[in-house]
Design a protein around this ligand. Structure first.
Ligand SMILES: NC(=O)c1ccc[n+]([C@@H]2O[C@H](COP(=O)([O-])OP(=O)(O)OC[C@H]3O[C@@H](n4cnc5c(N)ncnc54)[C@H](OP(=O)(O)O)[C@@H]3O)[C@@H](O)[C@H]2O)c1
Length: 372
């Protein structure tokens, strides 16, 4: 792949990049993660000496309402982070032309949009690399996941997904590296939701669980509608991505999900949820008390074993590798790690680490394109 980029505007880290490989990037999404991506690019622009030895030239930024082309003057990325330009959102059809016809071109998907995820395969096949924090590309239907795999071969492109599971913790990397070395993955189990890890670390069985949910929502640890976390849906998508990477091509419906949201609460309109949250308290208090009597801890676990996948609450021995703290933790059993699993642990949520993982993937693509 040709790594040369001609006359790209907004040269991030231009000084550090003189004579070094470069790529044009388009950022979709200016929410929590998108803004963190812009902040990281702006920091590199402001301090070229501390920037990585490759240039990522931001040529297009869009949210669902508007899109704009950052200008080429100094401080362009910082300005882009502040800009809310008037005007209609560009169609996703226009994205390839915004990135130009040649050189290394990368779409950064920092949305939660199914319409954007649906385009990943098409862009890859057309020669655009894709880096995503959004799980809807690989964590939904098996057909879409397979299309993304085929499109990478067809377009000689790469798909950066480090931010989709564990917000950049090297979980997918470890699974792929083990398999590339001939290892077979036997099982994977993990705490994959930062918000649920926080909730079950702090829940003491004495105060109502719903109170902890409200506290977590106010601190920004859960989605504004906490049912999105409590339903296990986000964890289900992450487990699908892990399972498929581990060589188990599961259909989306094959994951058994034990939601914490009772049907009556699931059926309510968003503005009625807060008042009804105490519906979750009694069942969780009972499960907590039963676990506590056995010296166990409740944790929300995603598990892949014998080709079967399930997501839900488990009572674990207090010294179990997945039982402690608020971090994301993933245990991997394989031919190599048969008795003692390989455990990867660390902060697996938050905009800063997610944005860093996305830009790491983009830089790896630039480096790979140069070698190629
Ligand atoms: N937040 C985290 O810590 C975290 C961690 C790991 C992964 N993720 C994943 O990262 C993604 C972004 O999360 P977030 O927290 O940043 O979400 P967010 O704050 O809700 O931001 C989503 C952004 O996507 C934009 N968008 C929606 N449809 C679009 C379209 N068709 N074209 C361009 N932009 C579009 C939205 O535009 P409008 O503003 O116009 O609606 C908004 O700017 C999600 O998939 C999430 O699961 C998040």
């Amino acid at each position: 792949m040709n790594a040369a980029v001609a006359s790209a505007p907004s040269p991030v880290a231009a000084a550090a990049a003189a004579g070094s490989p470069s790529a044009r990037i388009a950022l979709l999404g200016t929410g929590t993660v998108g803004r963190a991506v812009l902040a990281r690019l702006a920091a590199w622009e402001a301090a070229p000496d501390a920037a990585p030895p490759a240039a990522l030239s931001l040529v297009h930024v869009a949210n669902s309402r508007t899109g704009f082309r950052p200008d080429s003057a100094a401080g362009a990325v910082a300005r882009a982070a502040r800009t809310v330009a008037a005007g209609a959102a560009p169609s996703l059809d226009e994205l390839p032309s915004r990135l130009g016809d040649d050189g290394v071109r990368i779409v950064l998907d920092a949305t939660a949009s199914d319409a954007v995820a649906e385009r990943h395969a098409e862009w890859l096949a057309r020669g655009l690399h894709v880096v995503t924090a959004c799980k809807l590309g690989q964590g939904t239907s098996l057909a879409r996941w397979r299309a993304i795999g085929r499109a990478q071969s067809a377009g000689a492109t790469r798909y950066g997904d480090s931010a989709t599971v564990g917000a950049g913790l090297p979980v997918l990397h470890a699974i792929r590296a083990l398999r590339a070395g001939g290892d077979r993955i036997h099982a994977v189990a993990g705490v994959l939701s930062g918000s649920l890890a926080w909730l079950f670390h702090h829940y003491d069985g004495l105060r109502p669980f719903s109170g902890f949910v409200r506290q977590a929502r106010e601190a920004g640890y859960t989605e504004p509608d906490p049912r999105e976390d409590l339903s296990g849906e986000d964890v289900r998508r992450k487990l699908l991505i892990l399972a498929r990477s581990a060589g188990v091509a599961l259909e989306a419906e094959a994951v058994a999900v034990d939601s914490l949201v009772p049907p009556a609460l699931a059926a309510l309109a968003p503005d009625a949820v807060d008042a009804a949250l105490p519906q979750i308290d009694a069942p969780l208090r009972e499960r907590y008390a039963a676990a506590w009597k056995r010296g166990e801890k409740l944790r929300f676990i995603a598990r892949l074993e014998d080709g079967r996948a399930r997501v839900g609450l488990e009572a674990l021995a207090a010294d179990h590798p997945l039982a402690g703290g608020t971090d994301n933790r993933v245990a991997i059993w394989s031919d190599r790690y048969r008795a003692q699993p390989l455990v990867i642990q660390g902060p697996g949520a938050g905009a800063g680490v997610t944005a860093a993982a996305m830009l790491d993937d983009a830089l790896a693509i630039v480096a790979g394109a140069r070698r190629g």
